[in-house]
Design a protein around this ligand. Sequence first.
Ligand SMILES: [Zn+2]
Length: 463
Amino acid sequence: MTSQPPKAPPLYPKTHLLAASGIAALLSLALLVFPSSEVEAKRTTLNLELETPAEQLTQDQDAAELTQATNEATPSPFAQIEQQDNPVAKVEEDKAPSHREVVVSKGDTLSTLFAKVGLPATSVHEILASDKQAKQFSQLKHGQKLEFEMGPDGQLNNLHSQVSDLETITLSKSAKGYTFRRVTTLPVVRSAYVHGVISSSLSASGQRAGLPHSMTMEMAKVFGYDIDFAQDIRPGDQFEVIYEQKVANGKTVGTGNILSARFTNRGKTYTAVRYTNKQGVSNYYTADGSSMRKAFIRTPVDFARISSRFSSGRKHPILNKIRAHKGVDYAAPRGTPIKAAGDGKVLLAGRRGGYGNTVIIQHGNTYRTLYGHMQGFAKGIKTGGSVKQGQVIGFIGTTGLSTGPHLHYEFQVNGVHVDPLGQKLPMADPIAKAERTRFLQQSQPLMARMNQEKATLLASSKR
Ligand SMILES: [Zn+2]
């Protein structure tokens, strides 16, 4: 993202967010010219941690910028597909005698609303009969706004209503009566910046910083290999996130991916950058291109208790003999999901003697993991198939030689059993050499932006 965001071509009037009339050619042009990753809108800074008056002022200014940015947003694949009517322009016409707005209240019908703007009751029928879909206008919701445009003859020229954040319906006078149109808006995607300080829980701090809950959870996942969010975080820890925000008609209607993030945990700062390689596979990397994820998850069961460790000799609880325990046992309630420790190929998903229902996964040439005593297998898990890291492969049970619900987990390196808890787990692959330059072209501006946004925030909070 070293290049400047592309300027809107003259086809798109600047004040006209809803550009270009639903023409497929234009849309595909937009697709070619404006990949979503390059849609870099103005920042939105929300830091509710610091509530000095200066900070409030900054927020207000940013809110103004946000509106501005929305109106000037560059059309993208997500950009709104046409509409001729510009709501902004409409508001300005409010006082014109030909334009009337009514808000649906209790007991209103299309007839009462028509009467309010001085249209005869007969015209309701005439209009509704003119287009099969026009009766969508009679499905009125409390608080819905109807905008009427009348010609000099007092006849209805145009009836328009926003039915949801992303949908408008319009009825326009045409040669053969009235023509109905429903326009679905695709949101504009832009990036938003958020900074937060941990005071109590991560989710409360995320909320206070203005980060949507789903993004807070996503951040926890991104840093989940380095930070234990249940135990490691402390008051005063800080986070910054640049994430995709979907905006339509000036309103935030959803979120996309986290593009980059930084988390300072007990004085140590971790970075994350999302990168999609040339094969189209997306992963998170540190700002210098190391993989965020380890090749293996440390524990294949969440919220489990280690009930037996790896040992070269212990008394087997059922066989009552001294036997090596070549794995780790995790006790958890029956039915608890078991996750694949890493990407790999399923060598076995079936019964295997004392192990009961077992899954064995081969990871590359070197590593192999085994999961025993399962109650059953997850949907789609079968011998010969492949699995992704973290994918649920089955559920805690007590099949085979087992005294209670638990997972028996084994880890092999080149055919030799090792203690999975004692292993220094290998990292997943870093950025490929051939993609390093392309990666840095994306990661450096994101890091620079976080530095700049944070500096601006700190400066404004000191004022
Ligand atoms: Zn065991």
